[in-house]
Structure formats: structure tokens, C-alpha cells
Design a protein around this ligand. Structure first.
Ligand code: PMV
Length: 298
């Protein structure tokens, strides 16, 4: 029995604006993973979260694309997928399961797939889910490194000045990224003079945040997170639940907080110190978070 896996991710800065070629920063969450376990079988099949996957399913398309990439047939194995990553909540579960399946198929075929090739194939699957993804999710998940990402540009890895404590809290409400991205597009097209500056301001924040991350300037980083959240509200991708969690985190002493990912539900992040971690954690639970996790970025 063999197992391969891929991590969850969070977007620190720049979601939505990244679709319009503004920079964004994202980091893997290595403690939260999707895993693919391979066992011998009579034919190729994928069991995802306990259910047999149909031939038209995106994960089957992923498996076939990896086999085709190596000019091979799908091997006679069962790939059993499990995931600790909540679905449709901004943590990249779709890209993570696709990456895990891709790695599993390559492994069984006895081939090694580069991150670059896997990233390209997972991006195609993201297109099936999202329509017009920027590519940030698949990139951070496949490379499993903090990235500074600009659509269609080579990836730049982020360096982190000193360890940063992040709390991730789930509203418990799922929301489709595709819908949020589509609504922002409609808003942009209907009201370009107002929305373009908002998107540019988010890009500007992402650039400043990169510097603050590199130098370990957490006060500035927190302020930038708060500013980014306000701009995301203007893009209509926050929600009352997300706003409540962001406010609760800030009131409890977080350096800053914002929604993370597609929004309208899903997760938010709070930047904290070791001293404020517990109080922010407790405040988020009290404000209705259904799940609160901590991760250290280093
Ligand atoms: O909701 P998630 O984690 O899939 O994040 C989507 C990020 C967006 O910027 C909203 C869309 C994209 O394709 O980059």
C-alpha cells in the first residue's frame, strides 16, 4: 500500500484581484492534507471520500491526463482518496485532491512527474471547476511553498522574515468560488471606473505585504490584512459571518484579519502572536466559527 498527498492552502493577500493579474500571496497548510492510497485492483478506479467516482468525474479526467502525459494506460489499481480539507471553503480542496490523484497515477506508472508538469495538469482540472481560475491554488498546493503569484508569470517563492502565527477559522458555510468570481466579473464590467481602483488597491497591498513578510514587520502586515478585507467587502465577496469573525479576531487582539479564498463563506484568517493566539481562538469560537486551526508560517 502506497500513499501520496497534497496540502491545503490559504491565500494571505490578493484573492479575486489575482484573477485580474494583480499579485497575490498564498501559503500551503501542510498539517491539513488530501491523501491518495493505492492498492492493487482488477481495473482502475478512484474512490473519493467513500464513493466510487464516475468516468466523467474531474478526478478521473485528472488520472487519464497523467496517464496520457506518459503515453501509458491507466494502471489496474484502486486509488482511495481521503481528505482533511473541508470542501468549498477556500482551502483549495479541489486542487489538493487532483494533485494527490496525479501523484498517485505517476507513482503507479513508475514515472516521476515534475511539479511544473503536475501543476499544469491540475490547472486544467481547476478550469473545469472554476471556469477562469488564476492558477494560484494549484501552484501553491503542488509546490507546497509560500508563493508570490502573478497570473501567467513564473512563480516566485516567498521568503518569510520570522515565524508568523496564523489562525484559520471556518464560518461553516460553503460557497462556490466560481459564483463569487463570476459576480465580481459582472460588477467589474458594470462599474469599471469604481471597481478597477479597488482591484489595483488590492494588488498594491499584496506588494506591500510581501515586503512586510520578508522583513517580519507584523504590525504593518496586520494593518494590510484589515485593509484587504475592506476592499474585498467592496467587491461583495464577504458575508455577515465572515465579517463577524474578522471583527471578533481584531477585538480580541489579532494584528489583523481578513477573509481568505473565494469568500461569501468558507474561511477567514487572523494574524496573531503567541501571546494573542489563545484569546483570538476563543473569541472566534464564541463568534460562531465551526472550526478553528492554527498554523505557523516559517
Ligand atoms: O476559494 P478558493 O480557495 O478556491 O480561492 C479562489 C481564489 C480566487 O482568487 C477568488 C479565484 C482564483 O482563481 O484565483
Amino acid at each position: 500500500m502506497l500513499t501520496v498527498s497534497a496540502p491545503a492552502k490559504i491565500i494571505l493577500f490578493g484573492e479575486h484581484a489575482v484573477v485580474y493579474r494583480q499579485p497575490a500571496l498564498a501559503v500551503p497548510v501542510s498539517s491539513l492534507r488530501a491523501a491518495a492510497t493505492i492498492t492493487p485492483g482488477e481495473r482502475f478506479q478512484i474512490i473519493a471520500l467513500g464513493k466510487n467516482v464516475t468516468p466523467e468525474h474531474a478526478l478521473m479526467i485528472m488520472a487519464r491526463s497523467v496517464a496520457e502525459f506518459f503515453n501509458a494506460k491507466l494502471p489496474d489499481v484502486t486509488i482511495d482518496l481521503t481528505s482533511q480539507i473541508p470542501l468549498a471553503s477556500g482551502l483549495g480542496s479541489g486542487a489538493a485532491v487532483a494533485a494527490a490523484v496525479g501523484r498517485a497515477v505517476a507513482l503507479v506508472l513508475g514515472r516521476s512527474i515534475t511539479d511544473e508538469d503536475l501543476n499544469r495538469l491540475v490547472f486544467e482540472i481547476e478550469r473545469l471547476h472554476h471556469g477562469t481560475p488564476s492558477g494560484i491554488d494549484n501552484t501553491v498546493i503542488v509546490y507546497e511553498k509560500p508563493v508570490y503569484f502573478v497570473r501567467d508569470n513564473p512563480i516566485e517563492l516567498l521568503s518569510i522574515g520570522k515565524p508568523l502565527h496564523i489562525i484559520i477559522a471556518d464560518t461553516g458555510k460553503t460557497a462556490l468560488t466560481r459564483v463569487a468570481v463570476g459576480d465580481v466579473r459582472k460588477l467589474y464590467e458594470a462599474n469599471r471606473e469604481q471597481i478597477e481602483p479597488v482591484i489595483e488597491a488590492i494588488g498594491d497591498i499584496a506588494q506591500k505585504a510581501r515586503k512586510a513578510l520578508e522583513t517580519g514587520d507584523w504590525m504593518t502586515l496586520g494593518t494590510l490584512a484589515n485593509q484587504n478585507h475592506v476592499l474585498l467587502q467592496q467587491l461583495t465577496v464577504s458575508s455577515p459571518e465572515l465579517d463577524k469573525l474578522v471583527d471578533a479576531a481584531c477585538d480580541a487582539g489579532a494584528l489583523g484579519a481578513k477573509l481568505s479564498g473565494g469568500g461569501r463563506g468558507g474561511n477567514m484568517i487572523a494574524l496573531v502572536t503567541e501571546e494573542t493566539m489563545q484569546s483570538v481562538h476563543d473569541a472566534l469560537i464564541k463568534a460562531g466559527a465551526v472550526r478553528v486551526m492554527q498554523t505557523i508560517l516559517e
